[in-house]
Design a protein around this ligand. Structure first.
Ligand SMILES: [Zn+2]
Length: 343
């Protein structure tokens, strides 16, 4: 048994937050709101751009028209940008978006560590330094947006064994750093292959924190049995995984417009609903809102496709009766499943 309070000590199925018999599943849109940088280059403290920040306005307008309250998980450079604070702060004040925290340790003070791949996962940093960066980010968000963030995502999904306790101490109520179905050990990051897709409560000495994993499902002919085979083959290189998908045997589908065609995402929604998941977590990175920053949106027509993706997916969610929810709504849903060991 791993110590309690560790997000990676997965609970038994009976302890997961589940849908009540008459309860409808919900979805939320989580946006890693961050600086533009070269994803293929080594990590660097400086040299990033913030060119995609004005595109947040178009994004916010789109989701407002769709009746979705997105959550912007803002990181340090975004919090320092007056344009971002203006665009997102205005929407937040009237309840049209949520502001959460995303920690990219390499651009967040205090700068005491070497910048390298291992340290890009905040959970690998010494506890004091991880806590100091989380605190700096939380305080900057509170100061700049006038709101205390309750939701957190570790950049690169880099949770550590004490992150839950730190989050509870800092007043966070919800973490969304577990990317179920993904293995980041190659870069010395976490291994989430066995992570549940339902939310669960993590108890710490400072209170409970709700984990709401980023949704990824396994589809194809082999269904859920395919997951183990997928990971086995993936170890031998990506081509084998692509071949498996091509023959329709097993495919891993992340709920994101980044690299996943809309029809596959709709199929993933159906799989998630068959599994009776209470919350579907969608995600993408804000630099994708402007052509040229990420591998997924290179041109203007890519950006058109990006928004058409949301038209298709939001339409499918509506047809299937899945409603949008914000952070407070998720916490309220999950509160009905009592946090284990809550004193
Ligand atoms: Zn990020």
């Amino acid at each position: 048994m791993r110590p309690a309070g560790d997000f990676q000590a997965y609970p038994a199925v009976s302890e997961l937050v589940a849908l009540a018999a008459d309860e409808r599943p919900r979805f939320w849109v989580t946006i890693d709101t961050e600086e533009d940088f070269d994803w293929a280059a080594p990590f660097a403290r400086t040299g990033f751009r913030l060119d995609s920040v004005p595109a947040l306005a178009e994004c916010q307008g789109f989701f407002e028209r769709a009746g979705v309250v997105p959550i912007y998980l803002v990181d340090w450079p975004i919090v320092q940008d007056d344009r971002a604070v203006d665009i997102l702060g205005k929407a937040q004040k009237v309840g049209r978006c949520d502001i959460g925290a995303q920690l990219h340790p390499w651009v967040t003070p205090p700068h005491a560590e070497d910048v390298n791949e291992r340290n890009s996962y905040a959970g690998n940093l010494p506890d004091d330094l991880q806590r100091a960066k989380m605190t700096a980010l939380r305080d900057a968000i509170t100061r700049r947006f006038g709101v205390v963030p309750t939701a957190y995502r570790a950049g690169r999904y880099g949770l550590g064994s004490d992150t839950a306790t730190m989050l509870a101490e800092l007043g966070f109520r919800c973490d969304t750093s577990v990317r179920a179905g993904f293995d980041y050990r190659k870069g010395q990051g976490p291994d989430y292959r066995a992570a549940p897709l339902n939310p669960w409560w993590v108890s710490t000495s400072s209170g409970a924190v709700l984990e709401v994993p980023v949704t990824t499902v396994f589809g194809g002919f082999l269904g859920r049995r395919g997951q183990g085979i997928y990971h086995q083959i993936a170890r031998n290189g990506l081509h084998a995984g692509a071949a498996l998908a091509r023959f329709g045997l097993v495919e891993r589908i992340a709920m994101t417009p980044e690299g996943i065609p809309a029809e596959r995402a709709c199929r993933a929604i159906d799989i998630a609903l068959d599994q009776r998941l209470p919350i579907l977590t969608f995600s993408f990175h804000s630099p994708s809102l402007q052509p040229g920053n990420t591998p997924y949106v290179r041109t203007d027509s890519d950006l058109d496709r990006f928004y058409r993706w949301w038209d298709v997916v939001l339409g499918h969610l509506q047809r299937r009766g899945v409603e949008a929810v914000d952070t407070a709504g998720i916490l309220a849903m999950a509160a009905r499943n009592a946090p284990p060991g809550e004193a």
